[in-house]
Write a protein that binds this ligand. Structure first.
Ligand code: C2E
Ligand code: CA
Ligand code: CA
Ligand code: CA
Length: 281
């Protein structure tokens, strides 16, 4: 039922009823998707701004639904976050991404520096076993922690900041890299920024999108970059679609960029082709 002003409730209208059924359906399918191996890791290149060279990939989950086709994570991650399935999906993604990167490192020994970034949701971050699980996954896949980056959003961090800081410090001790994701979209992180043991900030796409046409957005990014650098952190800008945006990032001294300008998220096989192409440059 939909909440109404004054504490009253209205009954489902027909549209809402259908929407609720659709969600329920999706939830049931989501529960089966893991067993049926319907998830797939896609990979989006992260490049060094100054020369456009490949530095690694962000692993992004895709759901290959038997009837609905490829479903975007924007549609099912929030649902999985609500019902706790995200913990299982996240576990699967971490393992898939670590295995894949280890395999690439064996196949391309001349490119030992490539890294893989994996998204960690709020639920996963607060899971009591998360640290042990990450350590076990690294051990079992043989990937060195230096080649794994974990992306955590500001809002996930702020759900329980004290606990998050403790966990992040423990993660740092395993020598993997930590990224603060969707930076700029949260509220309170500025006051925490110097306390968070993170290696880099990922500036949200919403700020990068209009940089080339809105001076305020450009100043905003510039301020973040200066702040990050003063604190000894690196900067990644996501959602780079235009050469003009890339040129601005270069002039601001941003280290890394990600976006459709370089490549959309692609399958593992396509990502491998990108590694080969980059090695031939
Ligand atoms: P995110 O972590 O901010 O990931 C970046 C999103 O921006 C991806 O959407 C990517 O495809 C998209 N993107 C990258 N470059 C561009 C660009 O130049 N233009 C535009 N318009 N979009 C761009 P995607 O893959 O649909 O993922 C959406 C969100 O779902 C992610 O946002 C992340 O929050 C979540 N997500 C995806 N995979 C996972 C996962 O394995 N675990 C968790 N916990 N969350 C995930
Ligand atoms: Ca991310
Ligand atoms: Ca992001
Ligand atoms: Ca984002």
């Amino acid at each position: 039922a939909k909440a109404q002003g004054g504490g009253g409730y209205v009954l489902f209208d027909r549209g809402m009823h259908e929407e609720a059924l659709r969600r329920l359906d999706l939830e049931l399918d989501l529960r089966r998707a893991l067993e049926k191996e319907q998830f797939e890791a896609y990979y989006q290149p992260i490049v060094r701004v100054k020369d456009g060279r490949l530095t690694g990939f962000e692993a992004l989950v895709r759901w290959n639904h038997p009837e609905r086709g490829l479903i975007s994570p924007a549609e099912f991650i929030p649902l999985a976050e609500e019902n706790g399935l995200i913990v299982h999906i996240g576990r699967w993604m971490l393992r898939a991404a670590c295995q894949q990167m280890r395999q690439w490192q064996l196949a391309f020994p001349r490119r030992p520096a490539l890294t893989v970034s994996v998204n960690l949701s709020a639920r996963q971050l607060l899971h009591p076993e998360v640290l042990a699980e990450i350590r076990r996954t690294l051990r079992e896949t043989g990937l060195s922690p230096r080649h794994l980056k974990l992306e955590i959003t500001e809002s996930a961090m702020m759900e329980n900041a004290e606990r998050a800081i403790e966990l992040l410090e423990a993660l740092k001790r395993t020598r993997l890299k930590l990224m603060l994701d969707d930076f700029g979209t949260g509220y309170s992180s500025l006051s925490y920024l110097h306390r968070l043991p993170i290696d880099a900030l990922k500036v949200d796409r919403s700020f990068v999108m209009h940089m080339h046409e809105r001076a305020e957005d450009c100043s905003f990014v510039e301020t973040i970059v200066d702040l990050a650098h003063k604190l000894g952190r690196e900067v990644v800008c996501e959602g780079v679609e235009l050469p003009e945006q890339a040129a601005l990032l270069r002039s601001l001294g941003v280290e890394y960029a990600q976006g459709f300008l370089y490549s959309r998220p692609v399958t593992a096989a396509q990502a491998e082709m990108l590694i080969i192409e980059d090695a031939q440059r």
